[in-house]
Design a protein around this ligand. Structure first.
Ligand code: SF4
Length: 129
């Protein structure tokens, strides 16, 4: 993959995920870009919005999800690997999530083109005020 393409992806994703990731985890920009490229998510980056009933769900085994400690059940967060997790945090009350109230799955800015479980959690979590 050429550096130009990587730079384009970085520019597209950075405003969405940089601050939360840097605040809440040790995931670096370089690692994020490498994971995006390896995960084949480049095509999904321009599609920042997604219909809640038509998109695939994020798998905890997805390379980016795994790197961010994503789980579909926040009560099962590995607190040794994710010491910043606090009880009550979940995708439903995360700033990155734009899912409809009461929906089981919703879009997340970190996982463009896919849906996260509203009871899930990852290290890019930012409490919605
Ligand atoms: Fe992570 Fe969930 Fe927040 Fe997305 S909505 S950043 S998966 S905690």
């Amino acid at each position: 993959m050429g550096n130009f393409v990587v730079a384009q992806v970085f520019n597209a994703v950075e405003p969405i995920v940089e601050a939360p990731i840097m605040e809440n985890s040790a995931v670096s920009r370089r690692v994020l870009i490498e994971l995006l490229a390896a995960g084949g998510l480049l095509a999904a980056v321009p599609a920042r919005t997604v219909a809640a009933d038509s998109a695939p769900h994020v798998s905890p085994n997805d390379p980016i999800a795994s790197a961010l400690g994503y789980t579909e059940d926040a009560t099962k967060v590995d607190t040794k690997a994710s010491p910043n997790y606090q009880a009550g945090e979940k995708c439903a009350n995360c700033l990155q999530n734009s899912g409809a109230a009461g929906a089981t799955w919703g879009p997340c800015k970190v996982f463009a083109g896919k849906l996260v479980n509203e009871n899930g959690w990852c290290r890019a979590y930012v409490r919605r005020s």
